[in-house]
Write a protein that binds this ligand. Sequence first.
Ligand SMILES: Nc1ncnc2c1ncn2[C@@H]1O[C@H](COP(=O)(O)OP(=O)(O)OP(=O)(O)O)[C@@H](O)[C@H]1O
Ligand SMILES: [Mg+2]
Length: 288
Amino acid sequence: MRSRLPAELNRFVGRDRELERLARRLREARMVTVTGVDGVGKTRIALRAAAAAAEQERYCDGVRLVELSALDDPGLLGHAFVEALGLTDHTARPPRRLLLDHLAERRILLVVDGFEQLVDSCAELLRELLRACPDLRVLAAGRLPLRIDGERVFPLAPMGDEDALRLFTERAAGVRAGERSVEGHEVAAAGLCRRLDGIPLALELAAGRLGTLSVEQLLRRLDDRFRLLTGGGRGALPRHGGPGAGSSGRRRAGVGARARGSAARGGAHAKARRLPLRAERGDGGLKR
Ligand SMILES: Nc1ncnc2c1ncn2[C@@H]1O[C@H](COP(=O)(O)OP(=O)(O)OP(=O)(O)O)[C@@H](O)[C@H]1O
Ligand SMILES: [Mg+2]
Protein backbone atom coordinates (compact mmCIF):
# COMPACT_ATOMS: atom_id res chain seq x y z
CA MET A 1 0.00 0.00 0.00
CA ARG A 2 1.60 3.27 -0.99
CA SER A 3 0.19 6.29 0.70
CA ARG A 4 1.91 9.63 0.63
CA LEU A 5 0.21 11.84 3.17
CA PRO A 6 1.91 14.35 5.45
CA ALA A 7 2.44 13.07 8.98
CA GLU A 8 0.52 14.77 11.76
CA LEU A 9 2.65 17.13 13.79
CA ASN A 10 0.37 17.34 16.78
CA ARG A 11 -2.29 15.21 18.35
CA PHE A 12 -5.59 14.68 16.58
CA VAL A 13 -8.48 15.23 18.98
CA GLY A 14 -11.97 13.71 19.00
CA ARG A 15 -14.22 13.65 15.93
CA ASP A 16 -14.86 9.92 16.37
CA ARG A 17 -18.42 10.00 15.13
CA GLU A 18 -17.60 12.29 12.22
CA LEU A 19 -14.75 10.01 11.17
CA GLU A 20 -17.05 7.01 11.21
CA ARG A 21 -19.63 8.81 9.12
CA LEU A 22 -17.04 10.10 6.72
CA ALA A 23 -15.60 6.61 6.25
CA ARG A 24 -19.11 5.37 5.46
CA ARG A 25 -19.65 8.15 2.92
CA LEU A 26 -16.36 7.25 1.28
CA ARG A 27 -17.44 3.66 0.93
CA GLU A 28 -20.72 4.70 -0.65
CA ALA A 29 -19.62 7.40 -3.07
CA ARG A 30 -16.74 8.00 -5.44
CA MET A 31 -16.51 11.65 -4.58
CA VAL A 32 -17.01 13.12 -1.12
CA THR A 33 -16.46 16.77 -0.21
CA VAL A 34 -15.99 17.90 3.37
CA THR A 35 -17.38 21.42 3.65
CA GLY A 36 -17.52 23.95 6.48
CA VAL A 37 -16.46 27.35 7.73
CA ASP A 38 -12.86 28.55 7.93
CA GLY A 39 -10.79 26.66 10.43
CA VAL A 40 -13.47 24.13 11.38
CA GLY A 41 -11.09 21.25 10.71
CA LYS A 42 -11.89 20.15 7.15
CA THR A 43 -8.30 19.51 6.11
CA ARG A 44 -7.44 17.75 9.30
CA ILE A 45 -10.37 15.35 9.24
CA ALA A 46 -9.98 14.67 5.52
CA LEU A 47 -6.34 13.69 6.03
CA ARG A 48 -7.25 11.54 8.99
CA ALA A 49 -9.99 9.76 7.07
CA ALA A 50 -7.68 9.30 4.10
CA ALA A 51 -4.93 7.82 6.28
CA ALA A 52 -7.42 5.29 7.65
CA ALA A 53 -8.68 4.49 4.17
CA ALA A 54 -5.13 3.89 2.95
CA GLU A 55 -5.20 0.51 4.66
CA GLN A 56 -7.98 -0.71 2.40
CA GLU A 57 -7.58 -2.91 -0.62
CA ARG A 58 -9.86 -0.52 -2.49
CA TYR A 59 -6.93 1.92 -2.59
CA CYS A 60 -4.19 -0.55 -3.33
CA ASP A 61 -2.51 1.92 -5.67
CA GLY A 62 -2.24 4.52 -2.96
CA VAL A 63 -3.64 7.65 -1.39
CA ARG A 64 -2.32 11.02 -2.52
CA LEU A 65 -2.79 14.58 -1.36
CA VAL A 66 -3.22 17.31 -3.96
CA GLU A 67 -2.73 20.53 -2.02
CA LEU A 68 -3.91 23.48 -4.09
CA SER A 69 -4.05 26.35 -1.63
CA ALA A 70 -0.94 28.05 -3.05
CA LEU A 71 -2.11 27.74 -6.63
CA ASP A 72 -3.89 30.63 -8.33
CA ASP A 73 -3.42 29.85 -11.97
CA PRO A 74 -5.99 27.38 -13.33
CA GLY A 75 -3.61 26.71 -16.20
CA LEU A 76 -1.29 24.96 -13.75
CA LEU A 77 -3.93 22.76 -12.17
CA GLY A 78 -3.12 19.69 -14.23
CA HIS A 79 0.57 20.12 -13.40
CA ALA A 80 -0.25 20.28 -9.70
CA PHE A 81 -2.06 16.94 -9.93
CA VAL A 82 0.79 15.44 -11.94
CA GLU A 83 3.27 16.59 -9.34
CA ALA A 84 1.16 15.31 -6.44
CA LEU A 85 1.05 11.92 -8.09
CA GLY A 86 4.80 11.99 -8.58
CA LEU A 87 4.48 11.43 -12.32
CA THR A 88 7.43 12.07 -14.56
CA ASP A 89 7.04 11.91 -18.27
CA HIS A 90 9.58 12.05 -21.02
CA THR A 91 7.01 12.50 -23.75
CA ALA A 92 5.18 15.64 -24.79
CA ARG A 93 1.87 14.46 -23.35
CA PRO A 94 -0.12 17.31 -21.78
CA PRO A 95 -0.79 16.91 -18.03
CA ARG A 96 -4.42 15.92 -18.52
CA ARG A 97 -3.49 13.09 -20.87
CA LEU A 98 -0.80 11.98 -18.47
CA LEU A 99 -3.28 11.93 -15.60
CA LEU A 100 -5.92 10.05 -17.57
CA ASP A 101 -3.39 7.46 -18.71
CA HIS A 102 -1.99 7.03 -15.23
CA LEU A 103 -5.27 6.86 -13.34
CA ALA A 104 -7.26 4.85 -15.91
CA GLU A 105 -6.81 1.51 -14.22
CA ARG A 106 -5.55 2.45 -10.82
CA ARG A 107 -7.29 2.19 -7.49
CA ILE A 108 -6.35 5.48 -5.97
CA LEU A 109 -7.84 7.92 -3.47
CA LEU A 110 -7.03 11.55 -4.22
CA VAL A 111 -7.40 14.03 -1.38
CA VAL A 112 -7.96 17.42 -2.99
CA ASP A 113 -7.56 20.33 -0.59
CA GLY A 114 -7.55 24.12 -0.89
CA PHE A 115 -9.34 24.31 -4.23
CA GLU A 116 -11.63 27.28 -3.45
CA GLN A 117 -9.92 29.80 -5.70
CA LEU A 118 -9.99 27.34 -8.60
CA VAL A 119 -13.33 25.74 -7.97
CA ASP A 120 -14.61 25.71 -11.55
CA SER A 121 -11.45 24.41 -13.17
CA CYS A 122 -10.98 21.90 -10.39
CA ALA A 123 -14.54 20.63 -10.73
CA GLU A 124 -14.07 20.30 -14.47
CA LEU A 125 -10.82 18.36 -14.14
CA LEU A 126 -12.19 16.04 -11.47
CA ARG A 127 -15.34 15.41 -13.49
CA GLU A 128 -13.21 14.33 -16.43
CA LEU A 129 -10.96 12.13 -14.30
CA LEU A 130 -13.85 10.46 -12.48
CA ARG A 131 -15.63 9.75 -15.76
CA ALA A 132 -12.60 8.21 -17.39
CA CYS A 133 -11.11 6.37 -14.40
CA PRO A 134 -13.64 3.99 -12.84
CA ASP A 135 -11.56 3.07 -9.81
CA LEU A 136 -10.56 6.59 -8.87
CA ARG A 137 -12.08 8.07 -5.72
CA VAL A 138 -11.84 11.64 -4.50
CA LEU A 139 -12.04 13.14 -1.03
CA ALA A 140 -12.13 16.93 -1.29
CA ALA A 141 -12.08 19.54 1.45
CA GLY A 142 -13.31 23.08 0.94
CA ARG A 143 -15.68 25.75 2.12
CA LEU A 144 -18.18 24.90 -0.59
CA PRO A 145 -18.91 21.82 -2.65
CA LEU A 146 -17.49 21.32 -6.13
CA ARG A 147 -20.94 20.50 -7.53
CA ILE A 148 -19.99 17.46 -9.53
CA ASP A 149 -22.56 14.79 -10.35
CA GLY A 150 -22.34 12.05 -7.78
CA GLU A 151 -20.59 14.25 -5.23
CA ARG A 152 -21.64 13.58 -1.65
CA VAL A 153 -21.30 16.58 0.61
CA PHE A 154 -20.13 16.09 4.17
CA PRO A 155 -20.82 19.27 6.15
CA LEU A 156 -18.45 19.46 9.09
CA ALA A 157 -19.89 21.18 12.15
CA PRO A 158 -17.77 22.81 14.86
CA MET A 159 -16.51 20.59 17.67
CA GLY A 160 -18.82 19.59 20.48
CA ASP A 161 -18.11 21.02 23.93
CA GLU A 162 -16.11 18.03 25.10
CA ASP A 163 -13.81 17.78 22.08
CA ALA A 164 -13.35 21.54 22.03
CA LEU A 165 -12.20 21.58 25.65
CA ARG A 166 -9.89 18.65 25.01
CA LEU A 167 -8.32 20.39 22.04
CA PHE A 168 -7.92 23.65 23.94
CA THR A 169 -6.35 21.85 26.90
CA GLU A 170 -4.08 19.83 24.65
CA ARG A 171 -2.80 22.90 22.82
CA ALA A 172 -2.50 24.88 26.05
CA ALA A 173 -0.18 22.18 27.31
CA GLY A 174 2.12 22.90 24.39
CA VAL A 175 2.44 26.59 25.18
CA ARG A 176 5.29 27.68 27.39
CA ALA A 177 3.90 29.12 30.60
CA GLY A 178 0.51 27.88 29.44
CA GLU A 179 1.27 24.36 30.53
CA ARG A 180 -0.87 24.32 33.62
CA SER A 181 -3.11 27.21 32.73
CA VAL A 182 -6.25 25.15 32.25
CA GLU A 183 -5.81 23.10 35.39
CA GLY A 184 -8.10 24.55 38.04
CA HIS A 185 -9.65 26.90 35.47
CA GLU A 186 -11.87 24.40 33.72
CA VAL A 187 -15.04 26.44 34.03
CA ALA A 188 -13.50 29.49 32.34
CA ALA A 189 -11.87 27.23 29.73
CA ALA A 190 -15.22 25.60 28.95
CA GLY A 191 -16.76 29.07 28.66
CA LEU A 192 -14.00 30.14 26.32
CA CYS A 193 -14.48 27.07 24.12
CA ARG A 194 -18.19 27.80 23.90
CA ARG A 195 -17.50 31.43 23.12
CA LEU A 196 -15.26 30.30 20.26
CA ASP A 197 -18.04 27.93 19.28
CA GLY A 198 -15.81 24.94 18.98
CA ILE A 199 -13.86 26.15 15.94
CA PRO A 200 -10.52 24.32 16.20
CA LEU A 201 -8.47 27.07 14.62
CA ALA A 202 -9.89 29.63 17.04
CA LEU A 203 -9.23 27.27 19.95
CA GLU A 204 -5.62 26.81 18.90
CA LEU A 205 -5.10 30.53 18.50
CA ALA A 206 -6.64 31.19 21.89
CA ALA A 207 -4.43 28.53 23.50
CA GLY A 208 -1.46 30.23 21.89
CA ARG A 209 -2.19 33.37 23.91
CA LEU A 210 -1.90 31.56 27.22
CA GLY A 211 1.75 32.39 27.47
CA THR A 212 0.79 35.95 28.31
CA LEU A 213 -2.87 35.83 29.34
CA SER A 214 -4.80 33.65 31.75
CA VAL A 215 -7.89 31.78 30.60
CA GLU A 216 -10.07 34.26 32.51
CA GLN A 217 -8.34 37.23 30.89
CA LEU A 218 -8.85 35.74 27.48
CA LEU A 219 -12.51 35.13 28.15
CA ARG A 220 -12.94 38.67 29.45
CA ARG A 221 -11.30 40.15 26.38
CA LEU A 222 -13.59 38.19 24.12
CA ASP A 223 -16.56 39.35 26.17
CA ASP A 224 -15.43 42.95 25.78
CA ARG A 225 -15.20 42.45 22.07
CA PHE A 226 -18.73 41.12 21.82
CA ARG A 227 -19.95 43.92 24.04
CA LEU A 228 -18.29 46.44 21.79
CA LEU A 229 -19.95 44.91 18.74
CA THR A 230 -23.36 44.71 20.31
CA GLY A 231 -23.20 48.11 21.95
CA GLY A 232 -23.35 46.42 25.32
CA GLY A 233 -26.68 44.74 24.62
CA ARG A 234 -27.51 41.15 24.00
CA GLY A 235 -28.73 39.96 20.64
CA ALA A 236 -27.88 43.15 18.81
CA LEU A 237 -26.20 41.39 15.92
CA PRO A 238 -28.32 39.57 13.35
CA ARG A 239 -28.40 35.81 13.45
CA HIS A 240 -26.33 34.27 10.77
CA GLY A 241 -26.40 30.73 9.52
CA GLY A 242 -24.31 29.10 6.86
CA PRO A 243 -22.26 26.10 5.94
CA GLY A 244 -20.74 24.56 9.00
CA ALA A 245 -23.17 26.12 11.43
CA GLY A 246 -23.49 23.68 14.29
CA SER A 247 -26.30 21.22 13.74
CA SER A 248 -27.10 21.56 17.41
CA GLY A 249 -27.94 25.16 16.74
CA ARG A 250 -24.99 26.27 18.80
CA ARG A 251 -23.87 29.77 18.13
CA ARG A 252 -20.66 29.99 16.29
CA ALA A 253 -17.87 32.43 16.05
CA GLY A 254 -16.23 32.12 12.68
CA VAL A 255 -12.63 32.88 12.17
CA GLY A 256 -11.91 35.49 9.56
CA ALA A 257 -9.15 33.38 8.30
CA ARG A 258 -7.65 31.65 5.39
CA ALA A 259 -6.50 28.73 7.40
CA ARG A 260 -5.53 26.80 4.36
CA GLY A 261 -2.50 24.67 4.10
CA SER A 262 -1.96 21.31 5.56
CA ALA A 263 -3.41 21.02 8.99
CA ALA A 264 -0.72 18.51 9.62
CA ARG A 265 1.70 21.36 9.49
CA GLY A 266 -0.08 22.60 12.59
CA GLY A 267 0.48 26.15 11.38
CA ALA A 268 -2.23 27.89 13.36
CA HIS A 269 0.16 30.16 15.16
CA ALA A 270 1.86 31.24 11.99
CA LYS A 271 -1.52 32.28 10.69
CA ALA A 272 -2.39 34.20 13.82
CA ARG A 273 -1.32 37.62 12.64
CA ARG A 274 -3.69 37.40 9.69
CA LEU A 275 -6.58 36.10 11.71
CA PRO A 276 -8.66 38.59 13.62
CA LEU A 277 -11.50 36.77 15.31
CA ARG A 278 -14.72 37.77 13.67
CA ALA A 279 -17.96 37.76 15.58
CA GLU A 280 -20.49 36.49 13.11
CA ARG A 281 -23.12 36.27 15.78
CA GLY A 282 -22.90 38.06 18.98
CA ASP A 283 -26.20 37.36 20.64
CA GLY A 284 -25.48 34.27 22.66
CA GLY A 285 -21.87 35.13 23.11
CA LEU A 286 -22.64 37.23 26.13
CA LYS A 287 -24.50 34.57 27.98
CA ARG A 288 -22.67 32.65 30.59
N1 LIG B 1 -9.70 17.11 15.29
C1 LIG B 1 -8.64 17.91 15.43
N2 LIG B 1 -7.65 17.60 16.30
C2 LIG B 1 -6.59 18.41 16.44
N3 LIG B 1 -6.41 19.55 15.77
C3 LIG B 1 -7.36 19.92 14.91
C4 LIG B 1 -8.51 19.13 14.69
N4 LIG B 1 -9.28 19.74 13.77
C5 LIG B 1 -8.62 20.85 13.42
N5 LIG B 1 -7.47 20.97 14.09
C6 LIG B 1 -6.49 22.05 13.96
O1 LIG B 1 -7.19 23.28 13.81
C7 LIG B 1 -6.62 24.06 12.79
C8 LIG B 1 -7.64 24.30 11.69
O2 LIG B 1 -7.96 23.06 11.10
P1 LIG B 1 -7.97 22.87 9.50
O3 LIG B 1 -6.81 23.54 8.86
O4 LIG B 1 -8.17 21.42 9.24
O5 LIG B 1 -9.29 23.68 9.17
P2 LIG B 1 -9.94 23.95 7.76
O6 LIG B 1 -11.40 23.83 7.93
O7 LIG B 1 -9.30 23.05 6.74
O8 LIG B 1 -9.54 25.47 7.50
P3 LIG B 1 -9.61 26.28 6.10
O9 LIG B 1 -11.05 26.64 5.88
O10 LIG B 1 -8.79 27.50 6.33
O11 LIG B 1 -9.06 25.39 5.04
C9 LIG B 1 -5.40 23.33 12.30
O12 LIG B 1 -4.24 23.82 12.94
C10 LIG B 1 -5.67 21.89 12.69
O13 LIG B 1 -4.49 21.14 12.90
MG1 LIG C 1 -8.26 23.49 5.04
